[in-house]
Design a protein around this ligand. Structure first.
Ligand code: VG1
Ligand code: CO
Length: 543
């Protein structure tokens, strides 16, 4: 094999965030930038000579180029085999499954998830370990440390590999298998759920619509929803993956998936509407006439999971990220299983899943998943919902109202202030952090503070500690307010404010969420001076 060693100077800004390294495309295009990061990943790992690496991405602009580069660097560093999705495509959950199924050493997932794509859009690289999950902090810290001192990368000199034909190729000693990105994943889904029951529900007239947002899930939805379950092809929208996602943000929220929301709230709405994000790990669920908050969705999936074949023995535990609402905690309590509260980001669920301490995990940001892979999984959540609806023979609305009647309703909202100045965002957070100790006993607007802290997590499996994971304020009566800065953006800063309040009285369950949370929203403004410090009158996105 012809290998070239190229000398470089470190790029100082290669610090992985919540989910890998994300930067604008032109940043990744700077000579040596991508190479330096991939080499830093490999330099931080041991014992992979001759082993298998999985490579795939969400199909965004620059995906194909980076895959060719990754293949050459993997070859030069001694990997024996690379599995790569045809067309360079692998959804994040499918990549996780492929790593596990084929016993790979790890995988590179090329994605910036819900961030926009295109020549001026975002790109991202994430490393996943052998359990199929995102590298834990110990590894991402080591990768970052390596990026700070790296002085060379090694690259094999072979021609571009044809990514559009499945098959096995020899690239100068490295075995490259271009695989069908959908088949293994679709087969896995079929083992988890009662496809017969879902198929007959759909054949009986139950209408399902899915918006792939021109992102990676299009081919997966066509195979699973249309071909295997009988969903009408015209109800699978934007199913052609595009490098720039058609100019949209592939973010399944109420701003970017507004068309789906409007359809589901309109007359003659389908019975069930869903969307996924750029890399296929998130889900948005909207029933006919009812939006389901992702925190509620997690709780409802956990409460009903036993209706699907894979979970019929029940759950071992539930894990949720800290900002996710406490709705799932009530389900865990009723089921008598463990509830784990982790920092934001899927990497914190891996140890718990591996140790069998939880079966279902979720985040308020529309990520839900289980121990079937080690990533959140958009289509999985959609299929579990469909399985539950088929088994219960009820509408989404009925299932939701039934859940609230049993557990009470946790009103929940997240307010995002996107693209604010980094200094202003940091200033707001540090001023707030300074105040925390003095808050208990004081009033913020109409609410009284019970306690306040900066969230810190100790992993119960390996004992590692992650600090500064968000500022929390708990109020008398049970309401909660959380502040944190996003770790996935590429320009400026995004402030996320998370509000929740539990309401036991069914007579009060039909209120509008923002109205039900008005006291908590007012407290947020009072304590953090959001308007004054960010210069914004209102959030960019309200979920
Ligand atoms: C966001 C979400 C977080 C999620 C992360 C990656 O992070 O809040 O829950 O795990 O995105 O999801 P942040 O740091 O911006 O709040 V994805 O679908 O981008 O891989
Ligand atoms: Co994603």
């Amino acid at each position: 094999m012809m290998i070239k060693t190229v000398e470089i100077t470190p790029f100082k800004d290669q610090k992985p965030g919540t989910s890998g390294l994300r930067k604008k495309v032109p940043v990744f295009q700077a000579p040596g930038y991508t190479e330096a990061f991939i080499q830093s990943i490999f330099d931080s790992l041991e014992g992979f000579k001759g082993e298998t690496l999985v490579v795939g991405g969400d199909g965004r602009y620059y995906n194909r180029e980076v895959i060719q580069t990754a293949l050459r660097i993997a070859a030069a560093n001694g990997f024996g085999r690379v599995l790569v999705g045809k067309g360079g495509i692998l959804s994040t959950p499918a990549a996780s499954h492929i790593i596990r199924k084929y016993g790979a050493y790890g995988g590179l997932i090329l994605s910036a998830s819900h961030n926009p794509g295109g020549p001026k859009g975002d790109f991202g690289i994430k490393y996943n370990v052998g359990n199929g999950g995102p590298a834990p902090e110990k590894i991402t810290d080591a990768i970052y440390a390596r990026t700070q001192e790296i002085d060379r990368y090694k690259i094999a000199l072979f021609n571009d590999v044809d990514l559009d034909k499945t098959g096995t190729f020899d690239a100068d000693g490295l075995t490259i298998e271009v695989i069908d990105p959908v088949a293994d994943y679709a087969d896995l889904m079929e083992t988890l759920f009662d496809f017969d029951a879902i198929r007959s529900m759909i054949a009986g007239g139950f209408k399902v619509t899915f918006d792939a947002m021109h992102a990676v899930t299009g081919p997966y939805a066509r195979e699973i929803l249309v071909k295997r379950l009988g969903v009408a092809p015209e109800l699978v929208l934007n199913a052609e993956p595009l490098e720039d996602f058609g100019g949209h943000h592939p973010d399944p929220n109420l701003v970017h998936a507004k068309a789906l929301y409007d359809t589901m709230m309109g007359e003659n709405a389908p019975d069930f509407g869903a969307a996924s994000d750029g890399d296929g790990d998130r889900n948005l669920i909207i029933g006919k006439g009812i939006f389901i908050n992702p925190s509620d969705s997690l709780a409802m999936l956990a409460a009903n999971a036993h209706l699907a074949p894979a979970y019929k023995e029940g759950l071992r535990g539930i894990a949720r990220s800290m900002p996710t609402s406490g709705a799932a905690d009530r389900v865990a309590e009723k089921l008598g299983v463990e509830l784990h509260e982790t920092p934001t980001g899927w990497k914190f669920f891996g140890n718990l899943l591996d140790a069998g301490r939880c079966t279902i995990c979720g985040e308020e940001s529309a990520g839900t998943g289980s121990d079937h892979v080690r990533e959140k999984d958009g289509l999985w959540a959609i299929l579990l919902w469909l399985n539950i609806l088929a088994a219960r023979g009820q509408s989404v609305k009925e299932v939701v109202h039934d859940h609230w009647a049993t557990y009470g309703r946790t009103f929940y909202s997240r307010h995002d202030y996107e693209g604010i100045e980094t200094d202003h965002a940091r200033g707001l957070m540090s001023a707030l952090e300074d105040k925390l100790d003095a808050l208990p006993g004081t009033s913020l607007d109409t609410l009284t503070v019970e306690r306040a802290d900066s969230f810190s997590y100790r992993d119960p499996i390996d004992g590692s500690v992650s600090s500064n994971q968000g500022l929390r304020i708990f109020f008398e009566g049970g309401a909660r307010l959380v502040f944190r800065l996003s770790g996935t953006g590429t320009s400026g800063a995004t402030l996320r404010v998370y509000m929740e309040r539990h309401e036991a009285d069914p007579a009060l369950h039909d209120q509008d969420t923002q109205e039900a949370l008005a006291p908590v929203i007012a407290a947020a403004e009072a304590v953090a001076e959001i308007r004054e410090r960010t210069g914004r009158n209102a959030p960019t996105v309200i979920t």
